[in-house]
Ligand binder design. Structure first.
Ligand SMILES: Nc1ncnc2c1ncn2[C@@H]1O[C@H](COP(=O)(O)OP(=O)(O)OP(=O)(O)O)[C@@H](O)[C@H]1O
Length: 669
């Protein structure tokens, strides 16, 4: 375009044959063009401004005389000198190139709109005296260019989201009369304003810090000009510096400054509340983190102490040997004491041979614990001590508690039982409200797992007949040992309470504990436990008995023979067809020599089971008789007197020559 014009001018001059005239003429045209631009410049600037902040067309700017448009309060020589667009719901950003075209403006106000973005560089508005941008959504830093506007008297930027420092260069504005920067996020120090012109100052509710400069001008303002800045201090205001925390926010003005709006006060309160909440939340979070850390650190060695001392809530003192429950046996015990020396918990070792066990209460308290399961009696844990020694700890449910003395008497009896087919109770922890039993840990799992695998379904593959007989004999021997203590019974025979020892011998556990149960408790046992129970004991009010144990043992034999867990009442379901049902389940089996097993062997075991599950307790054989029959079935002559030492059988004898079965009145297939 310019090239075209110059070409035209050159051509025109050539035609005129007068180069001087050719230069003057285009300059004249250019002057006319520029004059027209200036005349209509503010109009164009205003329309551009409208299109950037008035998209909803609130401003009805029509007509050629823009000096009469809404908000254009005055013009000077056809230029806008005062533009006041307050509370017009304007929204958008201010474009510096547009605003700076209004360079004759003296007063510019966009108060109480929703204009956002940075406050533009207004360095071309050299005539600007008053700028009101308060209560919008301006963000960004204070424009340093303001310091160059030497005519500025009023700067009102309150209620925005401005941040950063207040430029120290503002002290050069020698006409500055009003400076309101309250309710923003300004940080840093207050510049040392000292211009006499400054009569109104509000810097409240920011995040200013440091000492208020002790200038003569600033000292004229009262504390309300500075309130709501939590890190400001001033010796003049009696808020000493050097204490790290100068609560300017808490200063209550003696004479409130009228210009402080409700919004600012509200903002101050909100800031205070947020600060307090932040401290509280921060404190609580710190507490949670510390607690979590402690828990995580202790997780690796999840502590028996958690259940051992949780209720006692007492510091543990370990080391002093104490007496057993009755104070007579002299078994070694280690006590847990409260602060005043009163004994609240004792670990008592049972059987005489166990007094030299290689751990103390302290070791147990430090052991890591893994939950093995939760049953009728309580929760069972595998506890691994720091030495690597492993024990099983059973924490008894509240419902199981008789009074402490009764508990101790009973557990002392159980703790003395030693038999190769019983899981030994090594120690017990007695405290006011806590009962722990410590057993050997059996790593080979339970009979339940052996029969049913890890599945909890009732279906499983029946064990080989030799295993059935071996297990039956082991359990009968263990149970007989219990029954040899007058009045003592197991009370909870089931396959999960049979553990496999190091030689895969079967060992009864959890014996003698059901009688500790409070008879008034309404707590029901699991369904599977229910059908092991003798019919006369299914009502929980009725205590278990040795005859009831025999019934449960019979059910366990049926489970061995069929591989079916008693999820329903096997006995009453199958009645007289029990034999047919069992036979139908078992395939033909051979012994180790490859010879087909006489059905008589299995028939004999089934006969024993059937006898045990007689509905009438008086028709059930006693355990001595049951053991004898099982032994005879395995071709082993039953001893005249069965004792704990007499039931030692090696697995090698399982497939001995088949002999004829003994006949019993109860047993007929
Ligand atoms: N001394 C032990 N060594 C290894 N595992 C054990 C020991 N004692 C129990 N268990 C296993 O821990 C698990 C939970 O046992 P727990 O006695 O708490 O429940 P349960 O036998 O299912 O029910 P109940 O309390 O009625 O006897 C069971 O699988 C059990 O076989």
């Amino acid at each position: 375009m310019l090239l075209k014009i110059s070409y035209f001018l050159k051509h025109f001059a050539y035609e005129m044959k007068n180069y001087h005239k050719a230069i003057i003429f285009p300059l004249f045209l250019l002057f006319l063009f520029c004059f027209q631009c200036v005349i209509s410049g503010d109009k164009e600037a205003l329309l551009s401004l409208k299109s950037s902040i008035d998209q909803t067309n609130i401003l009805q700017w029509e007509g050629t005389d823009f000096c009469k448009w809404e908000g254009v309060k005055s013009c000077f020589k056809n230029r806008v000198s005062k533009l006041v667009l307050e509370n017009k719901k304007l929204s958008g950003t201010l474009d510096a190139t547009i605003i700076n075209q209004l360079d004759q403006i003296r007063v510019l106000s966009f108060k109480q709109n929703s204009i956002f973005g940075q406050i533009p560089n207004l360095s071309h508005l050299t005539n600007l005296k008053s700028l009101y941008l308060s209560h919008n959504n301006f963000s960004g830093e204070f424009p340093a260019s303001f310091a160059t506007l030497h005519r500025l008297k009023t700067i009102v930027l309150s209620g925005n989201a401005l941040f950063g420092h207040i430029p120290a260069s503002l002290i050069n504005l020698q006409r500055l009369h009003i400076l309101y920067l309250d309710a923003n996020n300004f940080t840093g120090k207050i510049p040392p304003f000292d211009q006499d012109s400054l009569k109104h100052l509000n810097l409240s509710n920011n995040q200013l810090s440091g000492e208020i400069p002790a200038t003569g001008v600033l000292s004229r303002f009262n504390s309300t000009s500075f309130s709501g800045n939590i890190d400001l201090c001033s010796n003049a205001f009696g808020i000493p510096c050097g204490f790290g925390f100068a609560p300017y926010a808490s200063i209550t003005p003696a004479t409130p400054t009228p210009s402080f709006t409700g919004k600012r006060d509200h903002h101050g309160r909100v800031t205070k509340i947020i600060t307090i909440i932040a401290f509280v939340v921060g404190g609580l979070s710190l507490l949670c983190v510390v607690t979590l850390l402690v828990l995580v650190l202790r997780k690796g060695r999840r502590n028996i102490a958690r259940f051992a001392d949780s209720k006692a809530a007492a510091p543990i003192v370990v080391g002093a040997a104490t007496d057993t429950a009755d104070g007579k046996n002299g078994n070694r015990g280690f006590s847990m004491e409260n602060g005043d020396g009163g004994r609240v918990g004792v670990l008592v070792f049972c059987g005489n041979g166990d007094t030299e066990m290689s751990y103390h209460l302290e070791d147990l308290l430090k052991a890591s614990a893994e939950t093995l399961g939760r049953g009728t009696v309580g929760s069972t844990y595998k506890a691994v001590m720091e030495t690597g020694f492993i024990v099983t700890v059973k924490r008894m449910k509240d419902a199981m508690y008789p009074n402490l003395d009764e508990f101790c008497r009973h557990v002392e009896v159980i703790g003395k039982l030693r038999h190769k087919n019983l899981v030994p109770l090594r120690a017990y922890f007695r405290a006011r409200e806590e009962r722990l039993l410590v057993y050997d840990y059996f790593p080979n799992g339970s009979l339940f797992s052996l029969i049913h695998g890890s599945k909890t379904s009732s279906g499983g593959k029946p064990l080989h007949w030799t295993s059935c007989l071996k297990i039956a004999e082991d359990l009968a021997a263990g149970l007989l040992h219990i029954h040899q203590t007058p009045g003592l019974n197991h009370g909870n025979i089931k396959s999960s309470n049979v553990l496999l020892g190091s030689d895969f011998e079967s060992c009864l556990t959890d014996y003698g504990l059901m009688s500790l149960k409070n008879p008034n408790t309404t707590e029901e046992s699991a369904a599977v436990s229910h059908f092991y129970r003798a019919p006369e004991c299914r009502d929980f009010q009725n205590l278990s008995s040795q005859q009831a144990d025999v019934y449960s043992f019979g059910v366990l034999l049926l489970e061995l023979l069929t591989g079916k867990a008693p999820s329903h009442d096997l006995v009453s379901d199958h009645g007289s067809d029990l034999h047919t049902w069992v036979k139908s389940i078992r395939q033909k089996e051979t012994d180790s020599s490859g010879e087909e097993v006489s059905s008589e062997k299995l028939a004999a075991l089934l006969n024993i089971a059937t006898a045990c599950v007689s509905v009438a307790p008086e028709n059930r054989p006693v355990m001595r008789e049951v053991l004898r029959m099982i032994k005879e079935t395995r071709m082993e002559p039953a001893p005249a007197h069965v004792s704990s030492n007499s039931s030692d059988h090696s697995p090698g004898r399982w497939s001995d020559t088949v002999q004829s079965l003994p006949r019993d009145d109860h047993l007929s297939i």
